[in-house]
Design a protein around this ligand. Sequence first.
Ligand code: ADP
Ligand code: MG
Length: 440
Amino acid sequence: MNAQPKMNADTQPLLDVVHARKSFTKGDGGELLVLEDVNLTVRPGEVVGLLGRSGSGKSTLLRLIAGLSKPSGGKVNYLGTPVTGPAEGISMVFQSFALFPWLTVYENVALGLEAMHVARDEIRRRSLAAIDLIGLDGFESAYPRELSGGMRQRVGFARALVVHPNILLMDEPFSALDVLTAETLRTDFLELWSDGRMPIKGVILVTHNIEEAVQMCDRILVFATNPGRIVSEIQVTIPRPRDRNDPAFAGLVEQIYVEMTAKKGRTTTRISPAGGSGIDMILPRVSSNILAGLLETVAAPPFSGRADLPEIASELTLEIDELFPAAETLQMLRFAEIEGGDIHLLPEGIAFADAEVDERKRLFARHLLAYVPLAAHVRRVLDERRTHAAPSSRFLDELEDHMSPEVAEETLRALVSWARYAEIFAYDDETGQFSLENPT
Ligand code: ADP
Ligand code: MG
């Protein structure tokens, strides 16, 4: 089905990212390493997927590729030449539609060409062709507010395509759309791509949706977090158009779940080096409701204590950005274990699912204090102080020795929400004080 020319290995790559590294300077002058030793190549005719959880550096990498920001190390070559600024020939579709509300569809699309000093009638011809190609014929003079989300994203595509880029970068372009609209847009896009009707040679698709990556990509690069790096590359050889019900499709999805939850790629449950206090563990923001819901679902039939993560994801309609941190938190708290893409409950996890509210809180408190060193640390400080109170800055300062201020803030927020549920200490949002008083 794929009408794109099949290229042999020695064809000049469209894009070559070599040992790319990116770090940002933190508020305290330290370095936040976001991307480490990223290598990737895009050849003509390829759709390459970057699959990873949020915060793994995917958007940062796209910005390097587009020339919107500079690598701290390594290089990005476009058609063999280093990218040093916004590269003509590379264009981007964003998750949020980023249209100008005061411009019509036609004007939003034509804008990209006006910046390139293209002749007027050429602008008109190409803009109308892009609008037509992407299924917006008849909407030329509509304003963004008159369009549905799906139609707006079609304008986003038309605007990226009108410049006839060699490489189209797509940063989670379907993730702000409802399920059906997203599916329609994906299918339309793939049809245009397979028919060779789009003026592009290669695509990089950033996504955190495993099924989407398998449906759309020829190769999938799996990203791990902290720092962002590629941990595996998966070839997708299933013929197009791909059917989600095909066992080969489901098998590949399963394989990727296994890889993405394997220990090597897991960083949110990082345990400190022996001898450390252990408070440098990054805690993910997962609500106690989601944790309880996941325990209940896995405990109940048909799962009865053990479930396949892809099945749970579809049963609970959870994205991996929600499911993985929740499953890993249960593992960190020793309520469950994750292995081979499955989650299975430990006896205490089953006890939690079977218990009433008060008993659940007691169990949760016990595990939180036993397995999350930061929880025990905050509790100890509050116990020892005469006032039984301490400002959050006291703990943020400690955390910031090990992580960026944003991550420290998130970690403390995660702890606060779990501690509230477990009733092991209280936190007052207005004064920023931790205390032993029971929250009312
Ligand atoms: P993703 O797209 O995979 O969700 P991002 O590339 O947006 O991830 O972000 C990766 C990490 O880099 C995050 O921790 C984010 O806070 C950090 N980051 C991104 N841009 C900047 C910046 N300009 N300054 C400091 N930190 C940044
Ligand atoms: Mg992003």
